[in-house]
Design a protein around this ligand. Sequence first.
Ligand code: GEK
Length: 247
Amino acid sequence: MSQEPDRLFAQPLAQVADFVFNEDVARVFPDMIKRSVPGYPTIVENISVLAARFAQPHTTLYDLGCSLGAVTQALRRHVRADGCRVIAVDNSAAMVERCSEYLHSQDSMFQELLPVEVIEADILALAFQPTSLVALNFTLQFIAIERRPELLARIRQALLPGGALILSEKLRFEDAIEDELLTALHLDFKRANGYSELEIAQKRSAIEKVMLPDSLQTHRQRLLDAGFSQVLPWFQCLNFASLIALP
Ligand code: GEK
């Protein structure tokens, strides 16, 4: 996996274009997400622990918006149920190319790993197989708000009894003081990780129309409306959280 540092927004840009998951982003992605998302390594590592409880033998597990496959790798390390396979999906060609390369090089080294299929596709157009575990790890926030309910409803329909959806997202807060403080603390987190004021400002302007966070209340209600019976937050670090939604 690439160790290249994220310097994508380090130089002043004449015009900051909307953020896209292209080859430049794919190349620096592990560094970018670790330095930008508080709690990301803990979430990924623990998804595998959670998944081991929900994954059922001979079912499909989904990593939706897989980027370079961090969640898929975590699932492969910990899920022991017989006959499971992982389908990892992303609509960025650059991500899918690197992700497949990396996961398939693991296949040749470790034969006991769960089989993985990496697919380049829009998750909104996916026909879901019956599944015991779906991970949307920081992906829903990039889906158009009006398409989120239908996606969650289709995931809910595909989920087997005893399975789970794990949904991680950046949050906004309905209380203005809470929102302001946690946003400020997130910027402090980025500064502490070596991002300059220019990098922070340019990245923010690139991403603000592309990534649209919701509040915890909105997520909860939307998941219940989609037919989930329980929504359980299991992790929060500043304005980033992860939820377990049960069918
Ligand atoms: C991780 N889960 O490392 N269909 C498929 N993929 C999509 C779509 C779509 N409609 N929209 C966005 N993506 C990963 C991190 S990153 C989060 C996920 C972030 C993909 C997009 O191409 C990108 O790879 C991913 O969702 C979001 O645990 O960068 O903050």
